[in-house]
Design a protein. Structure first.
Length: 210
């Protein structure tokens, strides 16, 4: 078999498997990019407490590492990412609320998540990577690695803004290489949100579900 054909078949198969695993956990999955599934991977998440909406992506670990190294401790990256995440999440929540349960991702939702268009150059997951670049935990020895789970929890604040809480779960603690299952995510979020509420009660509200 031609090596290029064999390589493409391998990438397509890997993308398909990751899609099936994510869908089996209840995630709504857009068509994956096989080229992005090469090499080691890392899982990115954003959970919005107010709406209980959650988004995740599996991206190349090498590319993610390059981004966070380039923008490490860049104050403008944190400010820009924080502001744009707020705008993007609000748009995604509005789109989600207008849909029927079970509907697939719309083109606009995919655009807001992935970016790379004139209208949306940076998608939500690009912004999460920029946010990770300003997080000390992303550079702690032994935490960040292939198959890890980097999560951002968004708390709405009374002034209409938000508080963004990054969290990194190493692969060896997650006990899974793919996306977190709903049960894993629910348990993890519950523990983090309760701890955050105890430390910053003035920042958070609507936590009865946790």
């Amino acid at each position: 078999m031609n090596m290029d054909i064999q390589r493409k078949a391998s990438m397509d198969a890997r993308a398909f498997i990751h899609k099936m695993i994510a869908e089996s956990y209840g995630w709504k999955v857009s068509d994956p990019d096989p080229d992005a599934m090469l090499g080691d991977l890392i899982n990115l998440y954003l959970f919005d407490v107010q709406s209980s909406c959650s988004w995740m992506a599996t991206v190349g670990f090498e590319q993610f590492s390059e981004v966070i190294s380039k923008f490490r401790e860049a104050v403008f990256a944190w400010q820009d990412a924080r502001d744009q995440i707020n705008v993007t999440v609000c748009q995604l929540v509005n789109l989600n609320e207008a849909k029927d349960e079970g509907d697939q991702l719309s083109d606009r939702e995919s655009e807001l998540l992935v970016g790379k268009t004139i209208d949306v150059p940076l998608g939500l997951f690009d912004l999460i990577a920029l946010l990770a670049a300003t997080s000390k935990m992303a550079f702690e020895p032994g935490l960040l690695g292939p198959s890890a789970h980097f999560m951002v929890i968004r708390y709405a604040t009374a002034d209409g803004g938000s508080f963004l809480r990054p969290f990194l779960l190493p692969a060896y603690l997650a006990e899974s290489e793919g996306a977190l299952s709903p049960e894993q995510q629910e348990h993890l979020l519950s523990e983090i949100i309760k701890a955050d509420y105890a430390a910053h009660p003035e920042m958070l509200f609507d936590l009865d579900d946790f």
